[in-house]
Design a protein around this ligand. Sequence first.
Ligand code: GLP
Length: 242
Amino acid sequence: MEWIVVRDYDAMSEEAARRIIERMKAQPDLVLGLATGSTPVGTYRRLVDAFRRGEISFARVRTVNLDEYVGLAPDHPQSYARFMREQLFDHVDLPADAWDIPRGTAADLEAECARYEAHIRELGGIDLQLLGIGTNGHIGFNEPGTPFESRTHVVALTASTREANARFFERPEDVPTHAVTMGLETILEAREILLLASGPSKREAIRRLYHEGPSPDLPASALKHHPRVTVIVDEAAAADIR
Ligand code: GLP
């Protein structure tokens, strides 16, 4: 694991975007794994800026996302599909059929998980996966206790995750109880991984990720088994690692 500590959220976003832009230039048909949440918003804004400057194109890029809430249709304002369109897809030249996100309203969710896995395989795997981290150390929606061998699956969200994400919903009870997420093994198959964390709410998860060995108690620690992971953290999140 390579650790990069930067000053603040903007510097984290700048460093993440710089690395993604570099990869996109080197490999125009990159398969990008994307994440939602507040953390990557600044990174996506910089990718849109780079596209507008003519520096990068998404014309041959394919994307997959980590997760989606069960029960939310792709046009639901709080769905991750909508989030991705608003933050990135609608502002760049990514073809409409070049992105995929688990369908939270699929009638058969097990079949949807299998479809998603098959799609990632057909793409030839993920070249670069972007990750945030939950306050409890989850990645995607792989909550503590998830086996490292997990593939795309349906999860029940923990109370702490539902609380952390309630800010995006009108009422706390509107936060879905379940999600579909890539499994830890699915994530670990990405050829390269970039994990971002910013702010004091991530301090404890980052402290544990830095100091503790791999254990399902801290899902992000599965990344310690991966040969090419870069963690970009700001000073507030990194307060306990130096
Ligand atoms: C959600 C997402 C994760 C994300 C995490 C952190 O639960 N499923 O993929 O990394 O929250 O979110 P934020 O970046 O808003 O702190």
